[in-house]
Ligand binder design. Structure first.
Ligand code: NAD
Ligand code: ZN
Length: 268
């Protein structure tokens, strides 16, 4: 039974599970990037709590009129909405924190096999994680809607006279890689995540309320297979009731402590 009030004990239990596992899959959410200065969407300081939830038909609008969507985007770039601009500046200025770096270290130590992130901020990659699925895409990347090729934004030439930009490989329409409301998760990301949930023998969730689907389904697939779940979050989540180990606190403090505890076990 997890005892979230006894952090030291829960850390020991988490380290035991990590040191003994062969395929640990991690699902991260906005919380792991909070210590990098990026606000979460929900919660007291959340962007949506302040601004309201954005329109749910973003993807439909894009598909109806990709050219119009690109024109709006270029117009916003020229004349940005202050609150959204603030979020974008925070995203662009953000750097990986101790949590991202510790997670990459756990991968190098052989106790994290794959990270599925809901974040669009590129910080896991910048922090050194290699085996990564960005299930909601990456706002600093672009994607072809036809062949699913992906490129860093800087590699795409956007000609305002010839919108939307087209894929150099198949001439498909190019869109921001960030998954919009109403947009299906790209099939390669969905399939990889499902496969990981079916293969793992340990699952960790870090900094996610586990309210957004299908992402929140992956830890549940694992738990239904009898796999233990470790939760790292300062507050309870939708999956707290099924977590075997609960670490209450910020990821930037707890993940480096886990690295140390696992290292001690590996040294024996
Ligand atoms: P969420 O905003 O619903 O939940 C954030 C969770 O993080 C909460 O459970 C909160 O208690 C926890 N948290 C807060 N501070 C923390 C810390 N220091 N360490 C660890 N956990 C902490 O986030 P979500 O579940 O990821 O869902 C939000 C959706 O919005 C996602 O789908 C994601 O794509 C998107 N989003 C992304 C970013 C980003 O890329 N950084 C930021 C905001 C939202
Ligand atoms: Zn293409």
């Amino acid at each position: 039974m997890a005892d979230p009030t006894n952090l030291d004990l829960e850390l020991e239990r988490a380290a035991d599970l990590l040191a003994g596992c062969t395929h640990n899959v991690v699902l991260t959410g906005a919380g792991i990037s909070k210590e990098s200065g990026i606000p979460t969407f929900r919660g007291p300081d959340g962007l949506w709590t302040k601004l309201g939830v954005p329109a749910m038909d973003g993807y439909q609008k894009f598909m109806e009129n990709p050219r119009g969507w690109w024109e709006d985007r270029l117009a916003q770039d020229a004349n940005p909405d202050p609150d959204m601009e603030n979020f974008r500046v925070q995203l662009e200025a953000a750097e990986p924190n101790d949590g991202h770096r510790a997670l990459a270290e756990l991968e190098r130590m052989g106790v994290v096999s794959h990270v599925i992130t809901q974040n669009v901020d590129d910080l896991h990659r910048q922090g050194g994680t290699e085996s990564l699925t960005e299930i909601h895409g990456n706002t600093s990347w672009m994607r072809c809607m036809a062949c699913h090729a992906r490129w860093p934004e800087a590699e795409i030439i956007v000609d305002p006279e010839d919108l939307p930009p087209r894929c150099s490989q198949c001439n498909g329409v190019v869109k921001s890689d960030g998954v919009m409301f109403g947009e299906p998760i790209p099939p390669y990301a969905l399939q990889r995540s499902q496969l990981e949930a079916l293969q793992c023998d340990l699952f960790m969730i870090i900094g996610t309320t586990a309210q957004v689907y299908p992402a929140a389904e992956f830890p549940q697939i694992a738990v239904r297979r009898g796999v233990p779940l470790i939760e790292i979050d300062p507050d309870p989540t939708a999956l707290t009731a099924i977590a075997a180990v609960i670490l209450r606190g910020p990821a930037g403090e707890l993940l480096p402590r886990l690295v140390e505890a696992v290292r001690e076990r590996q040294a024996v």
